[in-house]
Ligand binder design. Sequence first.
Ligand code: ZN
Ligand code: MN
Length: 487
Amino acid sequence: MSAQTKDVLEKYPSYQATIGIEVHVQLKTKSKIFCGCSNNFGDEPNSNICQVCAGYPGTLPVLNKKVVDFAIMAGLAADCTITPKTDFARKHYMYPDLPKNYQVTQDDNPICQNGHITIELEDGSEKQIRILRMHMEEDAGKNIHTTLGTSLVDLNRAGTPLLEIVSQPDIATAQEARAYLMRLRSIVQYLGISDADMEKGSFRADVNVSVKKKEATQLGTRVEVKNINSFKYIGQAIDYEIERHITMLETGETMRMETRLWDSKNNKTFFMRSKEETADYRYFTEPDLPLIVIDDAWIENLRKQLPELPHHKLARFQKEYGLSGYETAILVDTQERADFFEAAAKAGAPAKPIANWMLRNLLSFLNESKLSLTESPVTPHHLAALVNEIEQGTINNKIAQDVFAEMAATGKMPAIIIEEKDLKQVGSSDELEAIVKKIVEDNPDSVAKLKAGQDRVLGFFVGQVMKATQGKANPVVINELLKKYLG
Ligand code: ZN
Ligand code: MN
């Protein structure tokens, strides 16, 4: 995660990409958007349906107020203007998972408009991605195609509330796209309005990519890649598209507006459908739902409930704990991580090494063992204690790696592990001095080489001392003693 990610555009300095992203966030309300059916994921097919969400003619939708609350909260978190009078529209198309033959969505009057989200990039810089709009809509059901060649329809998802978030085309690279999506996911998770789990489909991104020569005044032809279900694949799909566009531009091929899908087995996008004619959805105002009037009191009441958001938390962590740049962005990615970090720092250990141990050891350990931070055998208390053992010179950084591994495996406190495994640094300088002195005396050839200017030989002496102490010597003391005896 901390490795510098190369963007494909670095290979093609005369080109630039323009990327816009549409995200569908499934809102975590108890009931659906226009009826009282349960909005639970993974239930028995067609068990959470009624006449309204199954699209029976003559039934009337009733708007779930919680959906409006959640949409306003998301809008406020992205500094959007909340539209004071907003309404729903019908978008017509035919598909088996849409029994009404129209989706209830928003058209000209989306609930949130003109905001922005700040992202942090790996070089430590910040960028603002503008938000064009956020609108509320209902999800469709799900078609299931069986191996028997039959197709089934599950309407549990029909009428699930969605918030569609549309960015301006301010994104220039795959790295920025990932940073934007991760920040957006963090925000809705912090707000508690969505699980935003890509694998479960509660956070779905469609990416629009176009590429042009830097000096060209017109944008290139736009291609949409739909329904990519991981951050990694989104980055790969964008890079793949950018390279495909550049190859076509270089060879003079004609680009077409089209929708493509990502093939994660072969790491490429493939053609899904042409987009040359925009579908005529015959939008018109939904006559069965009233205008929604949102007054200041409603907005201010929700604003008061907003948690500290990732971008603000990040600024505070940098200021309060002296942390820097991109790594802090990883710490604030989830509320759990941020809380874990703060709990460890408040347990009385220096913040910077805690952040480092979290980022370099703890998160990869949890990832490998498929554990969440709340299930971690290493608690903030453990991590603070480990950092303090190093700070106090009881163990060195290398031994601390072993202590961490043991701590993760057993949940024992570092002091117990150090005691049981006899890992205390060979601390007293007298003891260490005797060892250094003997090694210097035993290796006159190496001493001669060092004196002749071969500085690398110093590493040999450090290695010998570490070997003699089973890695338990304090490197700072070793260096001091070696200086003394090697002059
Ligand atoms: Zn229903
Ligand atoms: Mn939509």
